[in-house]
Design a protein around this ligand. Sequence first.
Ligand SMILES: NC(=O)C1=CN([C@@H]2O[C@H](COP(=O)(O)OP(=O)(O)OC[C@H]3O[C@@H](n4cnc5c(N)ncnc54)[C@H](O)[C@@H]3O)[C@@H](O)[C@H]2O)[C@@H](O)CC1
Ligand SMILES: [K+]
Length: 505
Amino acid sequence: MKIFTSTQIHELDKYTIDHEPVSSINLMERAAKAITHCIEAEWSNRTPIVVFAGPGNNGGDALAVARLLADDGYQVSAFLFNIHNKLSNDCALNKKRLIESKRIKQFTEVSVNFEPPTLTPDTVVVDGLFGSGLNKPLTGGFAAMVKYLNSSPAKVVSIDIPSGLICEDNTYNISANILKADLTLTLQQKKLSMLMADNQKYLGRLKVLDIRLSPEYIQNTDCRYRILEENDIRGIMQPRDDFAHKGSMGHALLIAGSYGMAGASILATKACLRAGAGKVTVHSPKRNYDIMQISVPEAIQQMDPEETLFSHPVDTEPYNALGIGPGLGSNETTAIALIAQIRRSTCPLVIDADAINILSSHRAWMQQLPKDIILTPHPKELDRLAGTTSSCCYERLMKASELAERLQAYILLKGHYSALCLPNGHIDFNSTGNSGMATAGSGDVLTGIITALLARGYDAPSACRIGMYLHGLAGDLAAKDLGKESLIAGDIINYLPKAFLRMED
Ligand SMILES: NC(=O)C1=CN([C@@H]2O[C@H](COP(=O)(O)OP(=O)(O)OC[C@H]3O[C@@H](n4cnc5c(N)ncnc54)[C@H](O)[C@@H]3O)[C@@H](O)[C@H]2O)[C@@H](O)CC1
Ligand SMILES: [K+]
């Protein structure tokens, strides 16, 4: 699913009007009907409804919803905020239609003073103050209104987007001036800000309503952001060749696990095997030999000359991909071995965990990273790597994207909607996964999976897309059986076969 920017949404709206063709007022009626339908499915007509409409088309939607609900027997009061005496055409037309329909209990147009109504816990507020046209944070009277609604006991349904939340960049927005909805009914597609962890508190439950905007525009318009769905992944997954043998399915090398951190290398290695690599070699310090041999008998052991850490880069000639970092530690000897390893590697590379932390504390080395390298930081690792301390998810995402462009690398920023930042500035969001996967070792599993896919011959973007999707899907399947609370990284590996099976259906 493509994620359009607010500018593109505006164009999509216009294109639909011109090409379907449909008049803009009828398109608004279509949206209003879909919204009304959802509200009626949730609340009976004994529910008092208070509608807050702004001066633009979001307000137009809200006034149309007010009329439709009143027509269906709901007790509706509506407030239209027209402080600059300027309404969009369709908002003005819907104001006229609402007044003419006469079913409404109360309609108030606010130009200067606003006497807030009493909102009871059983009231449903329909928020149509601002939608995708909001281009700066709310201030003054509108900010005060949001605060009043946020402190009221009423349930809030936001049309398109909670008022005050901007579709893309909320870096300088003020949390108190953004409405906290209980239900957000967004039109046609999710907005970028809805994918950010720090904005979830405003959305409540989120539903996407299809209002049949031009499929042609949607298909033909290039888009910086998209959410990867099952079909996108099915489209790039290759069937396993009937004549495959272990030599043709790729030989993956993992350099992982210092003494005391063998678990990370065990998880990455098992995941790599389960993700279908023909052969997996794992390089670890001598003292981890027994535990590795016992835990993953399917893997080939390669021992570092050091007892407790990674110290010697290896020849990557025999391997088709290298994953490095899980449980590696950040000892200076390891740091020097890491950069030497990166320099001499001739195969595709995945850099994770401690390997990322080492690069963060030796930033000059970043210039030596080969093109097309994959980095899989979680937010804190990204902050260290990019040298930022932002608590704003959008700002962090933009930093990750800039870094991906600068390094010509693939940066997979892990999170609920893991974001794959591509060298061309585009960003693909993952749609699988759940909060149960926020557990130690989950990232090591992802590294193992992506390394396997690279070794099997997928290119870097496909390996990242398939890898994060399957990782999340395995987590979802595990959570279905086991619940989220007790999920551990090993469960993700155990459910990886089922995730593959699902994709083969
Ligand atoms: N895009 C689509 O596909 C459709 C959009 N529709 C509705 O149209 C909405 C977008 O309408 P508009 O583009 O008219 O935009 P909005 O209704 O979101 O708001 C636009 C108005 O707000 C003002 N404004 C912007 N930032 C402000 C701020 N910080 N403080 C005060 N005023 C501010 C603008 O000057 C403008 O007057 C959507 O959210 C949706 O609800 C629907 O009618 C149907 C189809
Ligand atoms: K809104």
